[in-house]
Design a protein around this ligand. Structure first.
Ligand code: NAP
Ligand code: ZN
Length: 343
C-alpha cells in the first residue's frame, strides 16, 4: 500500500510502501479517499509529546470506501462510505469501554498511528492508500456529507462535539471557543448548531468574517487587552483548542459562576493555574479527549442533519511538509485534507 511516512522526527515526508495485516474475519479494508491533517500529527511526529515510532505514517481523520470485508463482518459491506478516527482498538471489556468511552479505555486504546496493534504490527494512519480496521472501530459517513469535508470530523469534529455535549452547550448557554483552527472552526459550527451563544476568541480579528459565517455571535481578539475586561465573568463554557500554553488566569476570569474551561488543545508544556482563579466563582478547569465510537457516530449523524462539514484546503501527498508548516504558523483555513488520488 502506498503511504507517506516521515522517517525521523522533523524529517521531510517520503513516499513509501507499507504492509498491513491481511483482512481478518472482523476486519474491513478501506480504500482511503481523504485524510485530514491534525495538529496532533505534528506534535507526535516532531516528538513534542515524547518519543515516537518511526517511520511514522500519521493521519487519524480518515474517510473512504469499503473495498473488502472479513467473513464475520456484520455492519459494513463493500461500497459503504466509512471513516476511522484516532483509535482502531481498545480492550472492550473495562468499565469505560463498556460505557462507550473507548477513548478512556483503562488498558489504553490502540492509536491509529504511533502505536502497536493487537496484531503486533506498528499501526499506520491515514496518509496512505488503504487501511485495515476492525469493524467495531469503523464509522458510517452519512450520504449527505462529502468524504472530503467529513474526514476532519473524525478527530476535529468529535473532539469538539464531546465536550460541548458533556458540558451541555445549548440554548441559553454562553460558549467561547479559543483558537479558530481545525478544531476551533468545527467547535463554532457545532456549538451554534446546538443552539448556544457562541463567541470566538482568536489571536487577531483576521478571521472574523469567517467566524461569523460559521455561526459565531461574537468574535474578539485576545491580543487586545480590552477583550478580557469586556468579557470578564461572561461564559458558562470555554473550550480551549490552542496548541500552545495560555495565561490561564486571564481565561478563567472569563467564566461566570460554576463555569468550566475545558482544555482540548494539547501543548507540550504544562500550564500554571492560580488556585484563586478557580475558587472565585466556583470555576472548574477540565480536559477532554476525542470521543467514544457511539458518540462519534452520533456526531456524524448530527453533522449530516445540520449540513455541517469542515472547511478544507485539499492538497496532494507531496504538499504535506508545506501544509504542516502552515498549520504551525496558524495559517490554516481551516483543515488541510490530503487527496489520496494524488499518490
Ligand atoms: P490548529 O489547526 O493549529 O489550531 C490551533 C489554533 O490555536 C490556531 O489556529 C490558532 O487560532 C490558535 N493558536 C495557535 N498558536 C497559538 C498561540 N501561541 N497563542 C494563542 N493561540 C494560538 O490545531 P488543531 O488541529 O485544531 O489542534 C489544536 C490542538 O488540539 C493541538 O494541540 C492538538 O494536538 C489538540 N488536539 C487534541 C485532541 C483531544 O482529543 N483533546 C484532539 C485533536 C487535537 P487563532 O489563529 O484563531 O488564534
Ligand atoms: Zn487529531
Amino acid at each position: 500500500m502506498t503511504a507517506y511516512a516521515t522517517p525521523a522526527a522533523k524529517a521531510p515526508f517520503e513516499k513509501t510502501t507499507i504492509q498491513r495485516r491481511e483482512v481478518g474475519p472482523k476486519d474491513v479494508l478501506i480504500d482511503i479517499a481523504f485524510a485530514g491533517i491534525c495538529h496532533s500529527d505534528i506534535h507526535t511526529a516532531r516528538e513534542e509529546w515524547g518519543d515516537a515510532m518511526f517511520p511514522l505514517v500519521p493521519g487519524h481523520e480518515i474517510a473512504g470506501v469499503v473495498s473488502e470485508v472479513g467473513s464475520a463482518v456484520r455492519r459494513y459491506a463493500v461500497g459503504d462510505r466509512v471513516g476511522v478516527g484516532c483509535m482502531v482498538d481498545a480492550c472492550r471489556t473495562c468499565d469505560n469501554c463498556r460505557a462507550g468511552l473507548e477513548q478512556y479505555c483503562l488498558e489504553g486504546n490502540v492509536g491509529t498511528y504511533n502505536d502497536t496493534g493487537k496484531d503486533g504490527l506498528p499501526t499506520a494512519g491515514g496518509y496512505s492508500s488503504q487501511i485495515v480496521v476492525d469493524e467495531d472501530f469503523v464509522l458510517r459517513i452519512p450520504d449527505a456529507l462529502g468524504l472530503d469535508v467529513a474526514a476532519p470530523l473524525l478527530c476535529a469534529g468529535i473532539t469538539m462535539f464531546s465536550p460541548l455535549n458533556h458540558w451541555k452547550a445549548g440554548p441559553g448557554r454562553r460558549v467561547a471557543i479559543v483558537g479558530m483552527g481545525g478544531l476551533g472552526h468545527m467547535g463554532v459550527k457545532l456549538a451554534h448548531a446546538m443552539g448556544a451563544e457562541v463567541t470566538v476568541l482568536s489571536q487577531t480579528l483576521s478571521k472574523q468574517a469567517d467566524g461569523l459565517a460559521f455561526g459565531a455571535d461574537a468574535y474578539y481578539a485576545t491580543s487586545d487587552p480590552a477583550t478580557f475586561k469586556r468579557l470578564r465573568g461572561h461564559f458558562d463554557l470555554i473550550v480551549n483548542t490552542v496548541s500552545a500554553t495560555l495565561p490561564m488566569a486571564k481565561y478563567l476570569g472569563l467564566l461566570r459562576l460554576d463555569g468550566t474551561m475545558v482544555s482540548v488543545g494539547a501543548p507540550a508544556e504544562p500550564m500554571e493555574v492560580p488556585t484563586f482563579a478557580l475558587m472565585n466563582q466556583r470555576r472548574s478547569w477540565a480536559g477532554s479527549g476525542i470521543g467514544g465510537i457511539a458518540e462519534t457516530q452520533q456526531m456524524l449523524d448530527f453533522c449530516a442533519e445540520h449540513g455541517l462539514g469542515a472547511e478544507i484546503e485539499t492538497i496532494g501527498g507531496d504538499d504535506i511538509d508545506a501544509a504542516w508548516d502552515r498549520v504551525v504558523a496558524s495559517d490554516v483555513r481551516y483543515r488541510f485534507v490530503i487527496d489520496t488520488s494524488t499518490f
